[in-house]
Design a protein around this ligand. Structure first.
Ligand code: NAD
Ligand code: DAU
Length: 353
């Protein structure tokens, strides 16, 4: 079996759902259930003996050690993190605690277990660390996309905390020999995405008749990847990645934010036209920019393609249409995540904008 951390969040839950749709290998899912963790996303696994959900903190060494001893997973896939850049600007403490200290404690608990394994099991064990392209910093227009040798230049408290975790993972391999793999992925989108992030926020706000808050001039560029393609890349790296290597994962879909928002509006105009006949674009509002806002990210995913034969299955056009349709069909899921804590965040963050 494998142990997944953060498997009630956006990418982790998609990974667990896809994993169990493709394999019978069981999953232990360790998730603290912060505001971003949503057990409802996993409701289709209720009663499925292959999925064991454990509510807990990756920083709880005793708990992680107990899970490792009890279940003896062959691999750990580490998604758990604080993941929202804007929240890290308002308060970085949780990011330091989970992304840095939590990853350190997880690595130590896993290493202790791994060190005591028989030689053949030791060699086959994997710790796959799921990271981000934001560790590389911001690209000038026209500069080549990030490859795996690009210098680390994180600019936000979030990306600095993820960069620190990447360094810890690297060091646990070089110093202790732990068989690690790291993936650095671009912006994901798709089903079950928490509506604090650009794409789900725009869909949800548009349907609610609310403003669509574009930071600054909206010309910041991100490289978008459909979440299921990220999950397939992680499965492939887990299966065949070279120990100690890092792999960049991206969709070759560089788009300015304002174009993304216009695309969402056009899809909604087509699929769920406003009652007054006006376009959803009339709801677009430019608001104060994010402090230290990275201007451009772009991923060079050629290493993953050349070494492991991975390619995304979705184009941005197919992926964004599926995503908008998913949100139109899952109003209940959206309503349920919009808890008191979520509403409070939206009010305090956008009131200041
Ligand atoms: P998310 O915020 O949706 O989910 C994070 C999950 O981790 C939640 O279920 C939360 O409850 C859990 N968690 C948080 N702190 C925990 C702790 N201390 N112990 C156990 N569980 C804890 O995040 P996501 O968007 O699914 O991202 C998952 C991972 O992928 C993160 O490591 C993130 O840095 C990375 N990543 C995300 C993107 C993206 O576009 N979303 C892109 C590249 C990499
Ligand atoms: O690049 C990978 C990263 O992508 C992941 O590591 C992060 O966990 C994930 O949150 C994401 O970070 P971003 O900051 O790029 O994503 P976000 O959805 O918050 O913002 C995308 C872009 O849209 C960014 O340029 C900021 C802008 N934006 C965002 C929000 C929430 C707006 O213009 N308005 C908004 O209201």
């Amino acid at each position: 079996m494998i142990l997944v951390t953060g498997g009630a969040g956006f990418i982790g839950a998609n990974f667990v759902l896809d994993w169990l749709a493709l394999h019978d290998e069981p999953v232990i899912n360790l998730d603290k259930l912060t505001y971003a963790g949503n057990p409802e996303t996993l409701s289709s696994l209720q009663g499925d003996a292959r999925h064991r959900f454990v509510q807990g903190d990756i920083g709880d060494s005793a708990l992680v050690s107990r899970l490792m001893t009890e279940y003896r997973p062959r691999a750990v896939v580490h998604f758990a993190a604080e993941s929202h850049v804007d929240r890290s600007i308002h308060g970085a403490e949780d990011f330091i605690q989970t992304n840095i200290l939590g990853t350190f404690r997880l690595l130590e608990a896993v290493r202790t277990h791994w060190s005591a394994l028989p030689a053949s099991h030791k060699a086959d064990f994997r710790f796959l660390h799921v990271s981000t392209d934001e560790v590389y910093g911001s690209l000038a227009p026209g500069a080549p996309a990030f490859n795996e040798t690009h210098a680390y230049e994180p600019n936000s408290p979030y990306s600095a905390s993820k960069a620190a975790s990447d360094h810890l993972v690297r060091a646990w391999h070089h110093t202790h020999g732990l068989p690690v793999l790291t993936t650095n992925c671009s912006n994901n989108y798709g089903p079950f995405h928490f509506p604090e992030k650009l794409i789900p926020l725009m869909i949800v706000n548009a349907l609610a008749g609310k403003p669509l808050p574009v930071y600054g001039d909206g010309m910041q560029v991100r490289d978008w990847l459909y979440v299921k393609d990220h999950c397939s890349a992680i499965r492939r790296v887990l299966e065949a990645g070279r120990v100690g290597e890092t792999y960049n994962v991206g969709g070759w879909n560089e788009k300015p934010n304002i174009e993304i928002v216009h695309t969402i509006c056009a899809l909604l105009d087509d699929l769920r036209p406003r009652a007054d006949g006006a376009s959803y674009t009339t709801q677009i509002t430019h608001v104060k920019d994010r402090p230290g806002h990275d201007r451009r990210y772009a991923i060079d995913a050629r290493k993953l393609e050349a070494e492991l034969g991975w390619k995304p299955a979705e184009t941005f056009e197919t992926g964004i249409r599926k995503t908008v349709q998913w949100y139109l069909e899952h109003g209940d899921w959206v309503a349920h995540v919009q808890s008191g804590a979520y509403r409070q965040w939206i009010t305090s963050h956008y009131e200041a904008a």
